[in-house]
Design a protein around this ligand. Structure first.
Ligand code: ZN
Length: 178
């Protein structure tokens, strides 16, 4: 079992909100492909759907391992699990509105590559490749950022930062009260 999964109480996991410092941790690659990994991924999917999100990375539930889940269509049958993902190729550019379950109430325009090919492992440790475009490519890049401890706020331009200033401050104040 991965050391970071030891003693993890899955039912009590919740989505961490900015500026929780655990969101800034750089994730370590997964080495143990066992039932604990799959159970964590399934719990993350549950939390993601409940929060009406299309992607969720393990550090967002306080587990700093290279794992994210998604469903670009928000349909349960399109749920996917990506372990140790890596970008192989990227191309083009898109700019669009992006949000994050760790930044409730915030949406801002962010530039991303339009096409992204990644390789990853499934929870059984089998390698696969996937090429995506548009929103699905945006999700890849957003979730990969999380695995490096990089957040939406780091990608915001000065205009987006200014227009979201109040919400960011509110999140910071809310966090400091807990
Ligand atoms: Zn996010």
């Amino acid at each position: 079992m991965d050391r970071k999964l030891k003693g993890l109480d899955l039912p009590s996991l919740e989505i961490l909100k900015y500026p929780d410092p655990r969101l800034r941790e750089v994730c370590t690659p997964v080495k143990a492909f066992d039932q604990n990994l799959r159970a964590l991924a399934e719990r993350m999917l549950e939390l993601m759907f409940a929060a009406k999100g299309v992607g969720l990375a393990a550090p967002q539930v306080g587990v700093s391992i290279c794992l994210f889940v998604s469903s670009p269509t928000f349909e349960p049958q399109d749920r996917r699990i990506y372990v140790n993902p890596r970008i192989l190729r990227s191309d083009g550019e898109q700019e669009g509105e992006e949000g994050c379950l760790s930044f409730p109430g915030i949406a801002c325009n962010i530039k991303r590559h339009n096409i992204v090919a990644i390789e990853a492992l499934n929870p059984d440790g089998e390698r696969f490749e996937e090429t995506s475009e548009g929103l699905a490519a945006r999700i890849f890049q957003h979730e990969l950022d999380h695995l490096d401890g990089r957040l939406l706020v780091d990608r915001m331009g000065s205009v987006a930062r200014l227009s979201n200033r109040r919400m960011l401050k509110e999140l910071e104040e809310r966090f400091n009260m807990v």
